[in-house]
Design a protein around this ligand. Structure first.
Ligand code: PRX
Length: 632
C-alpha cells in the first residue's frame, strides 16, 4: 500500500476531487497524523479580512508527528544526514530515535531557561545539526521560531528580533563557509545592542573561536545540556496556533514576518513532499537550500521528517573546494532525490564538465529546482549532465507565503516541458488575471498569477500587522490571493512562472524589495536619492542595479561605490550588494514626482532603443545622460 499518487490519471482524479470537495479531500490527507483532538471543522475562510482556518479546533504537536510518530516503525532509520563544509570532516547521521533524543534534550534546555509556549525565539545559526534541533525543539515546546538566514547583518537581525519581540536567541560561536571561518555570536552581540526584548542567548560551541559571554544573558549549550533531562513533554497546540515566523521582502518597507500555523502547514508540507518528489521509504533525499529560507523549513526539515524520509543537510557551498562538491556528496551519500536552485546550476555550468563526470551519480532518480525561473539552457544542462538525459526534473513554483509547493510536476508522472512548472498540485486553484482583476479563462495567455481558494499551508497573517497582510496579498485583486508573479499558461494548461511583476527582485533565489535596498543605500550620508532595479544576470538570475544621486556631485565615484557596498552590507548583508552602481545627476520622474522605473529597468538591461514615450516626463533631458553613463 502506498499513499503516493501513482499515475498522471490518478493525479487528475485527485485534483478533480480536491476542487469539488476540498474539505473532504484535506480531511482525508490529515487522517494519518497524530491529533490529540480532532477538528470541529476542516475549513473556515474568507479572503476579505482575510481569515483562513484549517482543521479548526484540532490539537496536535508537529514535532510529535515528525519524530515520535515514527519511533515504533522507523526508529532506527536514518532521519538526518549532516555533511560538513569541509569534505575531509566527519559526516554525522541521526536515526529517528537519535534525532528525537537530541530534540528532546534541546527542548529541555529551552524550558529550563524559561522558554514558554507562544514565546518568539530567533535562531541565527550556520547549517549544523544543532540548527535542526533548535527549530524542532522550539516547535516541541510551542515556541514560535523565527529563523534568520546566516548571511544577514546585525541590523537585519535586530529588525527581525524587534518586530517579533523575541525573548530568546539561539546561535553559535562561529561558522565555516568554504575556505573562510566567520564569527556568528559577534554579529548577534552587535544586533542585541539595539534589542531590549531578549533575555537569554543560547550559544552552541562549534568552531571554538573566542566569544564574549555576557553574564546572566548568555548560556553555553553544552553546559546547559548537563542539567537537561532526556524525556521532554510535548506542548499540545491548537491547529491554528503559530508555528513560525519567517521574514521575507516585499515591494514596500521593511521585510514582513510571514506567519504559518501548526495544523495546515503540517498536512501541506507532508503531502506536497511525498507527492512531488515521489519519495520511497528507502531513498535518500537532499535539498541544498539553507534552513534560513522557506525551502529549508518545508523541504529539509518538516516535509521530509513528517513523511519519515532520510533528509540530508549540507553546511557548505557548491564551489568549494571545487565545483564538484555537490556531485561528490551525491556519490558519497548515494542521493536519490536532489533538489537545488537554478542559480547553483548556472554557477556550476560555467565550470569544466569533468567536475560532474568524474562522480558516480547513478543513485539519482529525481531532480528538483526551486526559487526562481529556470531558463531552458540550465534545464537542459541539468537534465543531460546530472540527470543522464532522462531523469524527471520537478520545477517547483511556490513562495514563503504559500508554505509549500503549489505548481509542479509530480516526479515521473507529469509530462515535462522545460522552464514550465506545469500543473497545480491537488488543492491548488491558480488563475491568471488581467490588469483589472478579471480571470482570463482561455489558454495560451499571460497574466497576473493569483490563487482563488485557500490551501492548508497558506500564510495566515504578517506578524503584528494583519492589515499589511490584507493589503499586500488580498487587497490587490478582490477575492484572490495575489502572488506578485506574472505567468504564462500554454495551450495545454501548463504554467510557466515568468517572474515578479512588483518591485521585488530575485537575486540568486534571494528575495529583496527594491525599496529595502534603496533605504540601505540612502543611509550613506552623501546619497540624496537612489533607485534600484533588477537586470538579467547570467548566474544570479537577476542582478542589482542602483542609480544614485549624490549631494554636491561626486569626486571619487569608486570610493563612493565602495562605501555604498559597505552600507548595504551593514544594513542588510552581503547578499544584497548592488552589482552595478551608477552615479546620476537626476532620476526620470513623472509629473507627480514618481520615479519612472520602467525606463531605469530598460537602461539597466541595455535596451536603450526601446524606451517608449519619455515626453511625459517632468525631466526628459535626464534620460540621455543616464544612457550615456550606463554601467556595463
Ligand atoms: O517569483 C517567484 C520565485 O520566487 C518567489 C518566491 O520567493 P521566496 O518567497 O523567497 O520563495 C522561494 C522558494 C519557494 C516567487 O514569487 N520562484 C520560486 N520558485 C519558482 C519561482 N519562479 C519561477 N519558477 C519557480 N519554480
Amino acid at each position: 500500500m502506498t499513499d503516493r499518487i501513482q499515475s498522471f490519471e490518478e493525479y487528475q482524479q485527485e485534483y478533480d476531487l480536491s476542487i469539488r470537495k476540498p474539505e473532504e479531500f484535506w480531511a482525508d490527507k490529515a487522517k494519518k497524523f497524530t491529533w490529540h483532538k480532532e477538528w470541529d471543522k476542516v475549513l473556515e475562510w474568507n479572503f476579505q479580512e482575510p481569515k483562513v482556518e484549517w482543521f479548526k479546533g484540532a490539537k496536535l504537536n508537529i514535532v510529535e508527528n515528525c519524530l515520535d510518530r515514527h519511533l515504533a516503525t522507523r526508529g532506527d532509520k536514518r532521519a538526518l544526514i549532516w555533511e560538513p563544509n569541509d569534505p575531509n570532516g566527519q559526516a554525522k547521521t541521526y536515526t529517528y530515535k537519535q534525532l528525537h533524543k537530541e530534540v528532546c534534550r534541546m527542548a529541555n534546555v529551552l524550558t529550563n531557561n524559561g522558554v514558554q509556549k507562544g514565546d518568539r525565539v530567533c535562531i541565527y545559526m550556520p547549517m549544523i545539526p544543532e540548527l535542526a534541533f533548535a527549530v524542532l525543539a522550539c516547535a516541541r515546546v510551542g515556541a514560535i521560531h523565527s529563523v534568520v538566514f546566516g548571511g544577514f547583518s546585525s541590523n537585519a537581525i535586530a529588525d527581525r528580533i524587534n518586530d517579533a519581540g523575541c525573548s530568546f536567541v539561539i546561535t553559535s560561536d562561529g561558522m565555516y563557509r568554504g575556505a573562510k571561518e566567520l564569527s556568528v555570536k559577534e554579529t548577534v552581540d552587535e544586533a542585541l545592542e539595539s534589542c531590549s526584548t531578549v533575555d537569554k542567548v543560547l550559544v552552541v560551541q562549534y568552531t571554538h573561536c573566542k566569544v564574549k559571554m555576557e553574564e546572566g544573558r548568555d548560556i553555553w549549550y553544552h553546559e546547559a545540556l548537563r542539567s537537561a533531562g532526556k524525556e521532554s513533554e510535548l506542548q499540545i497546540m491548537d491547529a491554528e496556533d503559530m508555528l513560525f515566523i519567517l521574514y521575507t521582502s516585499g515591494s514596500t518597507g521593511k521585510p514582513k514576518g510571514v506567519v504559518h500555523t501548526c495544523g495546515g502547514y503540517m498536512v501541506y508540507a507532508e503531502y506536497t513532499f511525498r507527492n512531488v518528489f515521489q519519495n520511497k521509504d528507502s531513498e535518500v533525499y537532499w535539498c541544498t537550500a539553507d534552513i534560513g529560507w522557506i525551502t529549508g523549513h518545508s523541504y529539509i526539515l518538516y516535509g521530509p521528517l513528517l513523511a519519515g524520509a532520510t533528509t540530508v543537510m549540507f553546511e557548505g557551498v557548491p564551489t568549494w573546494p571545487d565545483a564538484g562538491r555537490f556531485w561528490q556528496i551525491v556519490e558519497k551519500h548515494k542521493i536519490n532525490i536532489f533538489y537545488t536552485a537554478p542559480t547553483a546550476i548556472r554557477a556550476l555550468m560555467t565550470h569544466n564538465i569533468d567536475y560532474v563526470k568524474k562522480h558516480d551519480l547513478s543513485s539519482l532518480k529525481v531532480l528538483g529546482s526551486v526559487g526562481e525561473p529556470i531558463n531552458e539552457e540550465a534545464w537542459h544542462w541539468y537534465r543531460n549532465n546530472v540527470g543522464r538525459k532522462d531523469l524527471p526534473i520537478v520545477d517547483t513554483w511556490w513562495q514563503t507565503e504559500t508554505g509549500g509547493i503549489m505548481i509542479s510536476p509530480l516526479a515521473g508522472l507529469t509530462p515535462l516541458k522545460p522552464s514550465f512548472a506545469t500543473y497545480p498540485l491537488p488543492g491548488v486553484q491558480p488563475v491568471l488575471l488581467d490588469g483589472d482583476g478579471n480571470e482570463i479563462k482561455e489558454n495560451g495567455v499571460e497574466g497576473y498569477l493569483a490563487i482563488k481558494f485557500p490551501w492548508p499551508g497558506m500564510i495566515r497573517t504578517t506578524y503584528g500587522d494583519h492589515e499589511r497582510c490584507r493589503r499586500t496579498y488580498f487587497g490587490v485583486y478582490k477575492g484572490y490571493y495575489f502572488t506578485g508573479d506574472g505567468a504564462r499558461r500554454d495551450e495545454k494548461g501548463m504554467y510557466r512562472v515568468i517572474g515578479r511583476v512588483d518591485d521585488v527582485i530575485n537575486v540568486s533565489g534571494h528575495r529583496f524589495g527594491t525599496a529595502e535596498i534603496e533605504n540601505a543605500i540612502d543611509e550613506h550620508p552623501q546619497v540624496v536619492e537612489s533607485a534600484v532595479v533588477g537586470f538579467p544576470h547570467e548566474i544570479k538570475g537577476q542582478g542589482i542595479y542602483a542609480y544614485v544621486i549624490c549631494a554636491e556631485g561626486c569626486e571619487d565615484e569608486d570610493k563612493l561605490r565602495q562605501e555604498i557596498h559597505e552600507e548595504v552590507i551593514k544594513q542588510i548583508g552581503k547578499v544584497a550588494r548592488p552589482d552595478k552602481i551608477q552615479v546620476v545627476d537626476d532620476l526620470p520622474k513623472t509629473r507627480s514626482g514618481k520615479i519612472m522605473r520602467r525606463i531605469l529597468r530598460k537602461v539597466a538591461e541595455g535596451e536603450t532603443s526601446s524606451l517608449g514615450d519619455t515626453s511625459t516626463l517632468l525631466n526628459p533631458e535626464v534620460v540621455e545622460s543616464i544612457i550615456q553613463g550606463r554601467r556595463v
